[in-house]
Design a protein. Structure first.
Ligand code: AMP
Ligand code: MG
Length: 493
């Protein structure tokens, strides 16, 4: 199907088919985005727009800016702010979209249903004391990291565009404001269920559960107990997702239950960052002083969040409370095994292992321990293992590494694959390029200070094919100098 362009209105030929706003009004508030002074398109994701069947010509850019800045409501949109709750650093709170508006759900040419959300689009009934706005830097940051995750093959929400508003937002200082257009499988969160379970009645909870499993896990229709099927399916996608994070050194930073998607996508890129030097305790977020969401804690915190999800679902799991509790407990209890299976299989791939041996886990852990003790770069070390340049790496002569390398080579010798197959497998699982903090900061600083987007575009280009060694992007593979200051991130508000 070819997309049509309608420059008279929005330039974007959305194909809206909104289902969430058919739910009882308990789940949302109708709210239009608040127009902005001088909407200007800072960046537009042409390849995503093609996938969505809404591609536009550059001539349509001013009208796209109007629409994605929130100044025009596209035909078919039914703007709402979604209600939800969440445990923030362990503490329960009633939240809701305080600075985001769901325009509606778009059906892509391939029949995929996606949420179209404007983030930073003004106040809503859920804004509490917030201004409903977002700063340009954090919105561009979400754009970069989410698109990098997509290229790495990790489930994620996408970024369609960032529109500068021409209005300042006031944080510690005045910053340029912006609106991000976020595309997601949906914005239904663990916290949406916590909201239904604590603020609603059982009928409302069931309405939400039915809506959500039908939308994201239609296979549960076949199950004897669709709610248990739904619970386990969500756990499975989260187990797989968090394992993928661990395998690329991604640290989300604020894994509150309102930031955990039921569809299993990485969502809400705030203080997240990729680890350079490997250390299990790495934390980037300035507000995470206890290290609750540290790298090594992510699987545990996912389980904690899923326990909250399970609690919310309990009344639906079984009519008998004791039975429901037993089913819920079992699901939560088995999460670490689910995670471990995904983790181990991903780590085997990173080491070029096709077969399974009981000692593989120890082999992986020995390598990680050595990396931590000698402060190796996570991405660079793994990429080097599958490279012909390995013997020229400074660490190649480290005694502990030499011993590990011997063991690993012996292990590779016990599987039938050729060295070429092993190398190809490793290179498909060990990215050469990740959005390194220093690169991201440099690109954002240029965009923020002078409006110069060239470094950002270059970075995005380099991140598009992260598993290839392209000579023009060789620079992007270099780890930062060991002397670099510890990196700190701040919440995207
Ligand atoms: P986050 O930390 O981005 O996941 O946001 C947590 C909650 O705070 C959500 O309910 C947001 O909608 C809300 N929030 C964050 N920033 C703002 C803001 N500037 N104005 C209003 N609400 C906000
Ligand atoms: Mg959030």
């Amino acid at each position: 199907m070819t997309s049509q362009i309608d420059p008279k209105t929005t330039g974007l030929s959305w194909n809206f088919d909104n289902s969430y706003c058919q739910l009882p009004s308990f789940f949302f508030a109708r709210q239009n985005p608040e127009p902005v002074r001088d909407p200007r398109l800072m960046i537009f994701n042409h390849s995503l727009s093609q996938e969505l069947g809404i591609s536009v010509s550059t001539a349509a850019e001013p009208s796209v800016a109007l629409a994605l800045g929130g100044n025009q409501i596209p035909t078919g949109a039914e703007p709402i702010a979604q209600a939800y709750a969440g445990h923030q650093f362990g503490h329960f709170a009633i939240l809701g979209d305080g600075r985001a508006i769901l325009l509606g759900e778009h059906l892509s040419p391939s029949g995929k249903r996606v949420d179209v959300q404007l983030k930073g689009s003004g106040q809503t009934p859920y804004s509490r004391r917030g201004d409903g706005r977002a700063a340009l830097g954090p919105m561009l940051r979400e754009y970069i990291i989410s698109e990098a995750m997509q290229a790495l093959g990790i489930p994620t929400t996408r970024s369609l565009a960032v529109v500068a508003t021409g209005q300042p937002v006031y944080r510690e200082t005045a910053l340029p404001g912006a609106v991000l257009t976020r595309i997601a499988a949906s914005h239904i969160r663990v916290g949406t269920f916590a909201y239904a379970a604590t603020q609603g009645d059982q009928a409302q909870l069931q309405t939400l559960a039915d809506y959500t499993w039908k939308r994201h896990y239609p296979e549960c229709a076949e199950a004897e107990n669709p709610y248990l099927c739904f619970l386990e399916a969500v756990m499975d996608r989260q187990a797989s997702l968090i394992a993928r994070w661990q395998q690329v050194g991604f640290i989300h930073g604020v894994m509150n239950t309102d930031n955990m998607s039921i569809a299993g996508e990485t969502i809400d890129y705030g203080p997240c960052a990729f680890m350079d030097t490997y250390h299990a305790d790495t934390v980037f977020s300035s507000i995470d002083q206890q290290g609750r969401y540290a790298y090594a804690n992510q699987p545990l915190m996912a389980q904690w969040n899923l326990a909250r999800f399970t609690e919310a679902l309990l009344p639906l799991l079984h009519t008998d409370e004791t039975e429901a509790l037993a089913l819920g407990r079992a699901a939560v209890y088995h999460f670490p095994e689910r995670f471990q299976r995904y983790w181990l299989s991903g780590m085997r791939a990173k080491l070029g292992l096709f077969t399974e041996e009981a000692s593989d886990q120890a082999l992986i852990e020995t390598l990680l321990r050595w990396m931590q003790n000698t402060a190796q770069d996570f991405t660079h070390t793994f990429r080097s293992l599958g490279s012909e340049t390995l013997p020229s790496q400074p660490f190649f002569h480290d005694e502990t590494f030499v011993a590990w390398h011997k063991e690993w080579q012996a292990r590779l010798g016990r599987q039938p694959q050729t060295p070429e197959q092993v190398r190809a497998h490793m290179n498909a699982h060990n990215p050469a390029i990740i959005p390194r903090n220093a690169r991201v900061e440099a690109a954002l600083n240029a965009a923020n200070e002078t409006g110069d987007m060239s470094a950002l575009h270059q970075l995005l280009e380099a991140l598009r094919q992260p598993y290839l060694d392209l000579p023009q992007f060789a620079d992007y593979q270099t780890p930062p100098p060991a002397s670099a200051e510890p990196y700190r991130t701040f919440c995207g508000t």
